[in-house]
Structure formats: structure tokens, C-alpha cells
Design a protein around this ligand. Structure first.
Ligand code: FAD
Ligand code: DLZ
Ligand code: SF4
Length: 506
């Protein structure tokens, strides 16, 4: 009897655990299902990317001589759910066992765990071998720690993987060069073109399918240029290493109108769906440093994101789910303003970042954290709404990575378990790190008055509103002192402006 080997849309790696020791007659099942395509109303480019990458991956397996059963979304009889499609495939192939890889989301894991009883056959769920730290290793590292700090986890990962080391010590004498990675955008920066792939016949067919089946979802489908095969994703990585990595560090936090890609790598969607492997990305960057093609601050910064942050947030997700999804430490209750969907706002920084997100299903980290996330934090938006938005709009979004970044890093909804202080900032941060304020209807230098930048008064209002939770934090005490030293009249004006702005949001 052939085994049924299930591959999900974000498991498109030839070396994935569920393809290990594949026997000649085994069948590999990939299925496009309505349930996965609509559990949130994903960006249309995200759906197109995943379907096209799935179809290309299936074709490559077939070219190797592997038996593949590929179910298209519009195929007659498609039940619309993973469970239904596994059940149908078991009957079709007379299989008596399912082999899968641990999924990236809690909700899918619950389904998979139920299959054994539901379908009456053994279901083997193999550990996801594409991460550099297992769930168990992370839990062991976290045991007994009240707060988790990425920096300490990262140092252990550097040592364990032997990356950027001189003996046991960090290359260059420091583990972290972040303090050198905060240059504002200089004028006249020459930013290279991103890696772009012309859609082939398979992608074009998928684009038509998505246009007709998901006409009202968020996001544009036009000018789709993502890589959809491993070969293309490797080319995207190579282009980043050659053309952008050297400046990645200096301008990591910089934002410029009309420049969504800056010097970032744009590989998160490839990493997260399995087209690229995290260790190969980190090692490619290390090699560039050793060959003198990129400076240490850039290379260390990039490697930290991949072997540090990416693994760290995944560890937290599996350690703390399902409770983590319920957290709302700051008791934020407001609904997400509609302009997050249509971009119709006078706040230029938000308008730019939302427009780029709609167009590309991408925004870089500082846009997500210090503009889009920061505003939601200051305005007290309910974490459920913020999480839903971030899960919908980015091509790299799966709950294992989206939820800790939103609930933990951006919204401080876990009360400081992941981040030592809230990433809350006034307009002056955005002004320093971008050119957005120059073309804004608001004045970033003003704290009060009808032209004052809303980030300015919302920032102080946020601190005042959350005083009981934040004032004891030693990293916040200077800020509270500045607020308390402010003229009483100004403080009253600031809070009143914030109140009327927030009331108008609703
Ligand atoms: P680069 O800046 O070039 O970084 C290189 C790689 O490092 C990325 O490709 C990514 O794999 C990894 N990385 C960097 N920062 C993080 C991080 N904080 N967490 C995990 N991996 C990281 N990333 C996602 O992959 N999916 C998400 O759904 C997601 N949601 C986010 C939501 C918020 C509110 C914030 C603040 C961050 C979120 N991130 C998410 C992290 C980060 O913003 C993206 O990984 C990054 O912007 C992807 O662009 P890039 O590939 O050009 O990254
Ligand atoms: C995101 C996504 C989408 C849009 N569609 C599918 C699909 O049709 N079939 C599939 O197997 N996977 C899809 N995915 C990815 C899954 O949602 C992902 O595997 C789970 O969220 C677990 O991370
Ligand atoms: Fe954003 Fe304020 Fe700058 Fe306008 S002035 S772009 S609202 S930070």
C-alpha cells in the first residue's frame, strides 16, 4: 500500500521531513483548498504566489519521477478542506497511512492531530526540519526565564551553528552591531532594482484563477514578479548578496517614499514557504563577509534576523500557543480604522506604507514596526484586529511568525515577554528615518494645534493611558520624566487633541 505524503503550501522544500525515505509507489499530495485560501482574506498576491509555487514544486517532483497527486482549487469534487482532500486521496490511492510535516499554525496542527481518529488510519506528524532550533530545544533554553531576550538566544545560535566566530568569540569582538545600523536615508541613494521574474504560463493561469475567485480580497495582482521556484529564489538571494547586502546594515531602518525594497533582501516569503533554507542564506552572507564583499555590520545584522529573530519568534509561538493569541496586556479595545484597508488617510507615512503593502504584499521591517504597528499601538487597536490585518496583507505571513511579531514585538500585548519595552514612537522618529514628513499635511515639529502630527500627541496619550503598566519599567522612566516636566497647559492640550483624534477614528 502506498503511503500518502502530504505537503502544505508553505512546505515546498525537497528536503522536507515528509519526503524522507520516500518509497517508489508513495503518493505526494498537494492541494489547493478554499479553507486555507480563505481562513483570512489573504492579499491576492499572497494566494497567487503560494498556488504558483505549489504548482511549480509539484511539477519538479514529477520530473524526478515521483507520483504526485495535485488538486487544483477549481477541480470538480474538491471538498475545500485539507481534511476532505486527505480523505479523498486515501480512498483514491488505497493508502493506509499519512505522513506529514508539522504545520506552521496551531489551528492546522489541531486538525492534523484529529485525523488519526477521524480517518481511522495512522498519521505520522514529523518535526519540521527546516528550522535551526527545534521546539524542544527552544523550550529547554526558555525554561525558568521570566522574560525572553533574543540577544542571548542569538549568541547561543551563533555558537551552535559556528557562524561569524573566531574560536568561541564573535568575529569583530562584538556579538551585535545594531548601533551602527541606524543611518537615516541619505539623499541620492542608488537603490538597486529588486529581483523580478516574468510570470510564466503556470503563474499567468494562477493569476487568472485568483482574479476570478478572489475579486474582493485586499491587494493588487498587477505586476506580479515574485520568484516561484527554488532556482528563482536562489537567484533572488544571490542578487541580494551581490547588490544590496553591503548597504543592508547602514540603511536597515531607513524609509523612502516610492522605495519599498530599500536594501532589504525580500526573501521572507521564499524562506517561509520552503523555497530557501535559513542556514544557506546565513552562510551566503557570511561568505560575502569573508570574501570582503560586505562589511561586518551588514552581515551580522542580516544573519541576526535569520538565525536570531526568525527562530526566536517561532520558538515563542509554539511555547506559548494557544494562550498567546488571547493576550491583550494593554487592554486595547478600539477597532482597526478602515484606512488600513483602503489607504485613505492624510497621515502620509501610513498612506505610503499601506499603498506599498497593497501593491506588493510587502513592507520592510521598520515600516511594519514603526509606522503601521506603532500607529495601532498608540491608538489602542485591539490585538485581534491588528493580527488579522498583518496576517492578511503580507506574502510572508503565517501565524507562527506574524503573531509573535504583532502581539509581542509591535503591540506589547504580551506585557513584555518578547520585548523589553514597547516600540512606541512619536513623529520625530519617523521624520528622522524617512522622507515621509516632507510631503505630509501635518507638521511633525508640532505637538499641539490642528496641524500637529498625530503621532506626537498620540504618543504622550499612550504613555499616560498606560501609566500603571509602563511607568515602573526602568527603560521608560526617562520618558515619563520628560512628560511630567512638560508645561501643564501643553499636557492638557495634548490629551484633548488625542481624545478628539481617537474619537474621530471611530
Ligand atoms: P530582511 O530585512 O532582509 O531580513 C532578512 C530575513 O530575516 C527576513 O527575510 C526574515 O526571514 C528574517 N526576519 C527579519 N526580522 C524578522 C522578525 N522580526 N521575525 C522573523 N523573521 C525576521 N516576518 C515574516 O516573515 N512574516 C510575517 O508575517 C511578519 N510579520 C511582521 C509583523 C510585524 C508587526 C513586524 C514588526 C514584523 C513582522 N515580520 C514578519 C518580520 C519582518 O518585518 C519581515 O520578516 C521582513 O520585513 C521581511 O522582509 P525581508 O525579507 O526583506 O527582510
Ligand atoms: C496560505 C495558503 C493558501 C493561501 N492556500 C493554501 C492551499 O490551498 N493549500 C495548502 O496546502 N496551503 C495553503 N496555504 C498555506 C497554509 O495556510 C499553511 O500551510 C498553514 O497555514 C500552516 O502554516
Ligand atoms: Fe507621519 Fe506625522 Fe510625519 Fe505626517 S508628519 S508623515 S503623520 S510622522
Amino acid at each position: 500500500m502506498p503511503d500518502l505524503r502530504l505537503i502544505l503550501g508553505d512546505q515546498l522544500s525537497r528536503n522536507i521531513a515528509s519526503l524522507d525515505s520516500l518509497a517508489a509507489g508513495d503518493v505526494v499530495l498537494l492541494c489547493e483548498v478554499q479553507e486555507e485560501a480563505s481562513y483570512v482574506r489573504h492579499h491576492r498576491k499572497k494566494i497567487a504566489f503560494i498556488f504558483s509555487a505549489m504548482r511549480h514544486f509539484a511539477m519538479e517532483l514529477e520530473e524526478e519521477g515521483i507520483r504526485v497527486d495535485y488538486i487544483r482549487l477549481d477541480e470538480p469534487g474538491n471538498t475545500g478542506s485539507l481534511t476532505g482532500e486527505v480523505q479523498r486521496a486515501l480512498a483514491r490511492h488505497r493508502s493506509e497511512r499519512v505522513i506529514c510535516t508539522h504545520p506552521g499554525e496551531w489551528r492546522v496542527l489541531q486538525d492534523m492531530r484529529a485525523w488519526q481518529d477521524q480517518l481511522g488510519i495512522p498519521v505520522e506528524i514529523r518535526a519540521d526540519n527546516r528550522f535551526l532550533s527545534t521546539k524542544e530545544e527552544f523550550a529547554e533554553w526558555a525554561r525558568g526565564r521570566k522574560q525572553l531576550r533574543m540577544e542571548y538566544f542569538y549568541r547561543e545560535m551563533r555558537r551552535r551553528l559556528g557562524i561569524l566566530l573566531e574560536g568561541e568569540q564573535p568575529l569583530g569582538g562584538r556579538w551585535n552591531f545594531d548601533s551602527e545600523n541606524r543611518r537615516p536615508p541619505a539623499s541620492g541613494l542608488l537603490i538597486p532594482q529588486p529581483h523580478m521574474v516574468e510570470p510564466d504560463a503556470i503563474t499567468r493561469e494562477v493569476l487568472e484563477l485568483v482574479a476570478s475567485r478572489f475579486p474582493d480580497n485586499f491587494g493588487e495582482l498587477e505586476s506580479f514578479h515574485f520568484a516561484v521556484t527554488r532556482k528563482q529564489a536562489l537567484a533572488a538571494l544571490e542578487l541580494f548578496i551581490t547588490e544590496r547586502l553591503a548597504d543592508f546594515g547602514d540603511y536597515q531602518d531607513a524609509m523612502l517614499s516610492g522605495q519599498p525594497w530599500m536594501y532589504h533582501s525580500h526573501i521572507s516569503m521564499y524562506l517561509n514557504c520552503g523555497l530557501l533554507d535559513p542556514l544557506e542564506c546565513a552562510q551566503a552572507a557570511e561568505q560575502a563577509y569573508l570574501e570582503g564583499r560586505a562589511p561586518l555590520n551588514a552581515v551580522e545584522g542580516f544573519i541576526r534576523q535569520i538565525i536570531g529573530w526568525r527562530e526566536f519568534v517561532r520558538g515563542i509561538y509554539w511555547l506559548r500557543m494557544p494562550q498567546y493569541r488571547e493576550l491583550n496586556a494593554l487592554n486595547a479595545t478600539r477597532r482597526l480604522p478602515w484606512f488600513y484597508w483602503d489607504g485613505n488617510t492624510e497621515l502620509n507615512c501610513l498612506r505610503q506604507c499601506i499603498a506599498e503593502t497593497r501593491q506588493h504584499a510587502y513592507a520592510h521591517h521598520i515600516q511594519r514596526l514603526m509606522v503601521l504597528g506603532n500607529f495601532a499601538l498608540l491608538a489602542g487597536i485591539h490585538p485581534d484586529d491588528v493580527n488579522e490585518w498583518f496576517l492578511v496583507v503580507y506574502a510572508d505571513a503565517y501565524e507562527w511568525v506574524e503573531l509573535p511579531n504583532v502581539t509581542g514585538m509591535s503591540q506589547f500585548a504580551d506585557g513584555g515577554y518578547l520585548a523589553s519595552k514597547p516600540y512606541a514612537a512619536s513623529g520625530s522618529y519617523i521624520n528622522r528615518m524617512s522622507d515621509y514628513c516632507r510631503a505630509c499635511r501635518y507638521d511633525v515639529k508640532q505637538r499641539t494645534g490642528e496641524d500637529a502630527c498625530p503621532f506626537n500627541y498620540l504618543y504622550w496619550d499612550f504613555l499616560e493611558r498606560n501609566r500603571s503598566l509602563l511607568a515602573a519599567n526602568p527603560r521608560m522612566s526617562m520618558t515619563y520624566r520628560t512628560w511630567e516636566r512638560m508645561d501643564e497647559r501643553e499636557r492638557v492640550d495634548i490629551l484633548a487633541l488625542a481624545r478628539s483624534f481617537l474619537d474621530a477614528l471611530e
